[in-house]
Design a protein around this ligand. Structure first.
Ligand SMILES: NC(=O)c1ccc[n+]([C@@H]2O[C@H](COP(=O)([O-])OP(=O)(O)OC[C@H]3O[C@@H](n4cnc5c(N)ncnc54)[C@H](OP(=O)(O)O)[C@@H]3O)[C@@H](O)[C@H]2O)c1
Length: 316
């Protein structure tokens, strides 16, 4: 029996249905799902059909763990009974691949299939499901797209310590980015509300480099600028309240690329010389030339990142 949670139309609630169990084709795996993550993007799709709008009826769900219950005839790398953690590629289409169902398909090209380490308990698996989408975007953005070091890479002698602004260090994506960059040997300046200041200071390794994002915007900009200039500026929140701040920081240092986590939903008057860049940040991992990075993400960073101290779960 395949229990499915489905969106039947834009702005509809999730509806429960019973559908046939999908059959894997030659290069696919059938997964019996045990844990599903609920990502911000799924909430946005459910509430605003955002973006790009899916075709309905639509089965959401991108991050999950489960057990392989059938393999296609051409699959050699996996076996029935393997326990895996999966993050669906952003561009993958088709309801058979949405994780809000008991049995879901994965194609062989879907490279983000992580074998769960032996002995990983339910809480640790749940932690990974909760953060795998953001966690795969972190190496995708910083190492895949920007070519920065990853944790464990040696800092070469004479290599300058680059300074990176992570606006929104108390968000889930932001925290993972702060930890990743710090473990890779970069200087990170970031922001937090007073509520999460202690944790973010600890993650960034410096009290002086975490700015209170509840201060008036001019004060935030002045505080950020006083710690700059920045080699990379990332706006982890990317809303109408943060883009004016991060874009003005960039403008003040002569302009450049503003890396954003969301597209612009309405007109944003960016200062001259500032280019807003957005994409699904895990995409770079699938590109030619980044095969080794993808292998590291799937074989080391995701399964062992918590153990190695490169990622820590957001406390609730
Ligand atoms: N492009 C991609 O590849 C990609 C991938 C994953 C996620 N995303 C997007 O990235 C965004 C962040 O995702 P997330 O999972 O990290 O979200 P999240 O954990 O829910 O982020 C919420 C946190 O952001 C902080 N925040 C909110 N408003 C802020 C502001 N005006 N200034 C500074 N900080 C503020 C708050 O921290 P305090 O509690 O300290 O106030 C809040 O707790 C979402 O829009 C998500 O859809 C994009």
């Amino acid at each position: 029996m395949n229990e499915v949670a489905i969106l039947t139309s834009p702005n509809s609630p999730l509806t429960l249905r019973i559908l046939p169990i999908p059959r894997p084709s030659a290069y696919e795996l059938l997964i019996k799902v045990s844990l599903v993550g609920i990502n911000a993007i799924e909430a946005k799709i459910a509430k605003r059909s955002t973006p790009p709008p899916p075709s309905y009826p639509f089965i959401p769900g991108s991050s999950y763990t489960g057990t392989i219950s059938a393999v296609g005839s051409q699959v050699t790398k996996y076996q029935i009974g393997d326990r895996v953690l999966i993050s669906k590629r952003f561009s993958t289409q088709g309801n058979a691949y949405g994780a809000y169902q008991r049995y879901v398909l994965v194609t062989a090209e879907e490279k983000m299939v992580v074998r769960l380490p032996e002995g990983m308990n339910n809480d640790e698996q749940a932690a990974l499901v909760a953060l795998i989408m953001n966690a795969s975007c972190v190496p995708g953005l910083f190492s895949g797209r920007l070519g920065l070091r990853k944790p464990g890479d040696e800092v070469q002698e004479g290599e300058e310590r680059e300074k990176i602004l992570i606006y929104g260090g108390s968000s889930s994506f932001g925290r993972l980015a702060v930890q990743y960059l710090r473990c890779a040997g970069y200087d990170v300046v970031t922001t937090s509300s007073p509520q999460h200041m202690g944790t973010v200071c600890e993650l960034s390794g410096s009290e002086g480099n975490v700015i209170d994002h509840t201060l008036p915007p001019d004060q935030i900009i002045a505080d950020i600028r006083a710690r700059g200039p920045y080699d990379v500026v990332v706006d982890m929140v990317s809303t109408l309240s943060t883009i004016p701040i991060t874009s003005r920081v960039l403008e003040a240092q002569g302009g450049g690329k503003l890396f954003a986590t969301q597209p612009a939903f309405s007109l944003e008057n960016l200062p001259e010389g500032v280019e807003r860049v957005f994409e699904p940040w895990s995409d770079s991992l699938y590109e030619e030339g980044n095969e080794g990075l993808m292998e590291w993400v799937v074989g080391t960073y995701l399964p062992f990142g918590m153990e190695k101290g490169w990622m820590r779960l957001k406390e609730r």
